[in-house]
Design a protein around this ligand. Structure first.
Ligand SMILES: CC(C)(COP(=O)(O)OP(=O)(O)OC[C@H]1O[C@@H](n2cnc3c(N)ncnc32)[C@H](O)[C@@H]1OP(=O)(O)O)[C@@H](O)C(=O)NCCC(=O)NCCS
Length: 157
């Protein structure tokens, strides 16, 4: 990460960022589909539980929210057999392009692998292929589902 004042914390240790994380995830992926914010707050509550499979990381500069990425058990209806996934990767626009997104994605992947997963998965629109491949994600599938998503994986080395 280029900006040394930005650090990454587990949301469990920084619960005051809960509302900011829920807000960004909801606005980016759920609001337009008609889901209420409460749908996301319920899902996000899981990542606050110590023994849950899910994890939420927050990048922040002091008390200012910068970005987030999560590890969740399932993310793609068409691939119910794959788990876990890195999902909900978001960096606030003023902080983009300085390596924060790449850093938080890799930290989330490492957390999933360190927790015992043989592989961790990620799905994204094809427009983000270069971003993820540059970070070392392996492109396993293209054109999955209605949104024609790429499916990537990262394995333990
Ligand atoms: C994708 C996102 C998380 C990247 O965050 P970031 O902090 O800018 O990421 P980084 O700084 O680590 O990487 C930026 C680099 O990747 C490139 N990049 C960023 N988004 C890209 C994209 N969609 N496709 C290809 N390359 C991309 C940039 O050109 C930049 O390249 P450079 O370093 O050569 O200039 C951020 O743009 C974002 O929040 N987007 C909206 C939400 C989103 O699309 N999330 C991903 C869902 S799969």
């Amino acid at each position: 990460m280029t900006d040394q004042t930005v650090v990454v914390s587990n949301l469990r240790d920084t619960p005051h960022f809960f509302d900011a994380v829920a807000d960004r995830i909801w606005r980016a992926w759920w609001e337009q589909q008609g889901f209420p914010l409460s749908h996301i707050t319920c899902l996000l509550q899981d990542s606050l539980t110590e023994d849950a499979e899910s994890l939420c990381l927050v990048a922040h500069d002091g008390d200012r929210f910068v970005g987030t990425a999560s590890v969740i058990a399932s993310d793609l209806e068409e691939r119910p057999d794959l788990t876990p996934w890195v999902a909900a990767v978001w960096v606030d626009p003023p902080f983009r392009g300085t390596g924060i997104g790449g850093d938080i994605v890799l930290r989330a992947a490492r957390a999933a692998l360190d927790a015992g997963a043989e592989a961790v998965h990620l799905c994204a629109l094809p427009g983000k292929r270069a971003f993820y491949e540059r970070l070392g994600w392996r492109l396993d599938e293209k054109d999955v589902g209605e949104d024609r998503l790429d499916v990537f994986s990262m394995r333990r080395t």
